[in-house]
Design a protein. Sequence first.
Length: 294
Amino acid sequence: MRTLGKLFIIITALLALAVAFAWKHFTKPAPAEQASAATIDPSAGPTSAQSRTTTPGTRSTSAPAAVDAARAFQSLKQCAKAGDAVAQRLLAETYDACLVPNLFRDRFLQWNERARQDRPEQAAELDRIAQKRIALCDAVDGGAIIPQELIRGWYEQAAANGDLAARARGYGMQRTPLDAATATQLLDDVVASRDPAAMRSLGATLTSSITANIGDPYRGLVTGPLAGEAWVLAACRMGYDCGPDSMDMANLCLLGGRCLGESSEEMMFATTKTDAERAALEQKIQQILEAVDP
């Protein structure tokens, strides 16, 4: 079985897997919901919103907080439409995080209620994270259903406009391996940038598409069973938000079943099985940090 650290990497890398998760754990959407996911371009908005309900474990967002969340989202969206590459990637990530909550709201809440009952020791943290996610997703275009094409389009726009984190994500998700020159150039750019978001994105999508043909000096940094985790944790130590309230840890709580109020680093080291593996993980992190910040 995969460790939670590996599950964390998969969830943070491919929140599109949330779609598969939803289809597995919930029932198939009605034809009207399916029709709402028609292809659109990134500048368009999502389709019609669903009605909203609550469960005993959730609270309605206060009116001032809801207004603030909506304003923050609109500001981000305006920056993205104006061509800001980082805003475009953050907008894609926001839409990504709200794909399942907005498409399957009632069933999302029902699943979280079942999780509260199954893991009562984690119920308080699950409630907190779920309430925060619901507040965010209600602000995302008024809780509208989000087509996958919209998410993909904004990621592609961000990469085309120079966002390195979005480019790393795109390379990691493609099926055809990069040639050696392109893979090396990606690592050159990530290392030179010292950008924690790019480091995290590289680690979270560190697939054979990137590693298959890469050679020295980077092969040792991107291969091995803990390489993806090490890049993510190196990004955390360089300043990427990996705390209990971060998007990544919220995703793990909501989709991976671990809601203990941990940081990414606490979770990964806690779920790494042996002292030898923890030592190897720490060594890989240090090697990456030395390459990025010699």
